[in-house]
Design a protein around this ligand. Structure first.
Ligand code: F6P
Length: 524
């Protein structure tokens, strides 16, 4: 067992450093005093450049954080994950999403006996899945692809398909149905014809209530519309192939229990991405992620971008007490990125006990939130500039655009730079309303272009960052027990909505249920 970050000698040193220097650090002075600050705190990793210099830390804080990571044996934890050890301790399994993007024939990163066989299965499934994706692309009759899935079976593919529109096969429409709220599925179905639609039912477990209810309704709609050939128009992506077969879905692409839901877009769950950008594009996506894996695995901690981001996260959360991180993508097609990162960070590290079940004495995952930056500027950036609390901010910008509209991209990038500049510099004014305190932090992440490879690298960076902060907090980042209780209670409440039975319920739930009773039976 490795020490948790709060059990290392560096923890008290960091607290001391925060009191002595961190608390009063002024970014404007820090840049004036250190001409090399940008060079020191910025870094090029595969496909991704990050400037971390406009953050409220100094070299000494970073050096202590690095020592803390070494004391926690972070590299050892990283190697255990890559090797396929059972790092998901509460479920007794590996977390091997990195294997999904590992090229064939490359030496294995450890000696766990099942990994070699697993890599063969990964490539066999990938080949079959990509061949199917190409067949769908070549099938001019299929114009609409509907992904039915939720959580990790929706957020990653949805985000990536939107992000990679410039690489998308023209003439196809992609729809994502996740919500059990029938308004979503009904709205999508209204624009479809059965003969030109492919439904993808994506669920690791193939038991998730929302997905199963939507799949059932899609099957019913298909039959009611006179649809022929379920096998041609429905495909299942799941680690529970037997269950999919019970649903009459004969075309299935599988994956494995060592792929966590929120890490699954590299597996068969990525089928919508593969249909959108083609087999070669999907392989580029995997290659970008693999390049970041190799960076994470081999770069020294001080020049390891996922590690540096995680250390900054811990500094902010545990020493400065920042409650949230705002994600501001300056690219309209990264609209779903904040939602994707919410699950990645908050489902992984939103935990109050360590992997031994001991209560943690410090805060863990921040609240992740955000919107594309341009829109956010006209909504919540007011709070970032002048609100009483400081929030962490991460700007993601893309150097090249693909639209060709004169001037737009310069305006967009100028705004991204200006927001970071304004937050840091502030502006003195005698009038309180117009006063900008400044000294507000931001990280600036830059991709050269929004391509399958750069997106793959960026997402792998985020996965590893979350793994690093989770490891340092002593958390198992790969389970999600916190989602269970609500699911169970819903099963109890659903029949009560029909009957109006409130026996044994608390006063509020009973009161609300009485107002809602009978709702399920009302005619549409
Ligand atoms: O309820 C949470 C969760 O288990 C997520 O972790 C997962 O991504 C999502 O539900 C969907 O699960 P499945 O792919 O099994 O339908």
């Amino acid at each position: 067992m490795h020490p948790r970050c709060d059990e290392t000698p560096q923890w008290a040193l960091l607290q001391g450093h925060y009191q002595a220097r961190g608390r009063v650090l002024d970014l404007r002075c820090a840049f004036a005093e250190d001409a090399a600050r940008f060079a020191h705190f910025s870094q090029q990793a595969p496909h991704v450049f990050a400037d971390l210099s406009k953050n409220l830390w100094d070299r000494q804080a970073e050096a202590l954080l690095l020592d803390m990571a070494r004391a926690c044996r972070l590299e050892h934890s990283r190697d255990a994950m890559f090797a396929g050890q059972a790092v998901n301790s509460t479920e007794g399994r590996a977390a091997l999403h990195t294997l999904l993007r590992r090229p064939r024939g490359l030496a294995l990163p450890g000696d766990e006996p099942f990994v070699a066989q697993a890599l063969q299965e990964v490539h066999a499934t990938l080949d079959a899945m990509l061949a199917f994706a190409e067949a769908v692309r070549a099938d001019a009759q299929i114009t609409d692809i509907v992904n039915i899935g939720i959580g990790g079976s929706d957020l990653g593919p949805h985000m990536a398909v939107r992000a990679l529109q410039a690489h998308q096969l023209p003439g196809r429409r992609f729809h994502f149905v996740s919500n059990i709220d029938g308004h979503e599925l009904a709205g999508v179905l209204a624009g479809l014809r059965p003969e030109s639609t492919l439904f993808i039912v994506a669920s690791k477990t193939f038991t998730t209530l929302e997905t199963m209810a939507n799949a059932r309704s899609a099957l019913d709609w298909f039959a009611a519309q006179g649809g022929q050939d379920v096998a041609r128009h429905f495909v299942a992506l799941t680690a529970n192939v037997a269950k999919a077969a019970e649903w009459g879905m004969s075309r299935t692409f599988g994956f494995w229990d060592w792929v966590g839901g929120r890490y699954s877009l590299w597996s068969a769950i990525g089928l919508p991405i593969a249909i959108a950008i083609g087999a070669a594009g999907f392989r580029d996506f995997l290659a970008g992620a693999h390049a970041m894996d190799e960076h994470f695995r081999s770069a020294p901690l001080a020049h390891n971008l996922p590690v540096r981001l995680a250390l900054l996260d811990i500094w902010y959360r545990n020493f400065l007490g920042l409650p949230s991180r705002c994600i501001a993508p300056y690219h309209a097609w990264l609209q779903r990125l904040p939602a994707y990162l919410q699950q990645l960070e908050m489902e992984s590290n939103g935990k109050r006990v360590d992997s031994q079940g001991r209560a943690l004495p410090m805060a863990t995952a921040p609240v992740i939130w955000g919107e594309p930056g341009s829109n956010g500027q006209h909504a919540f950036f007011q709070l970032l500039h002048q609100g009483p609390d400081v929030q962490a901010l991460e700007i993601i910008a893309v150097r090249d655009s693909t639209h060709g509209l004169a001037g737009h991209h310069q305006m967009l990038l100028a705004n991204a730079l200006a927001q970071a500049q304004a937050l840091m510099q502030g502006r003195a004014s005698g009038c309180g309303h117009r006063h900008f305190p400044g000294n507000r932090p931001s990280s600036f992440v830059l991709l050269d272009a929004l391509t399958p490879a750069s997106l793959g690298a960026y997402l792998a960076l985020q996965e590893h960052r979350v793994f690093c902060s989770g490891s340092l907090w002593g958390i198992n980042s790969f389970d999600q027990w916190g989602v269970e209780l609500g699911k169970q209670l819903a099963q109890d409440l659903q029949p009560r909505l029909r009957t109006g039975d409130v026996a044994g319920l608390d006063g509020s739930t009973a009161g609300l249920l009485q107002r809602l009773a009978g709702v399920g039976g009302r005619a549409p």
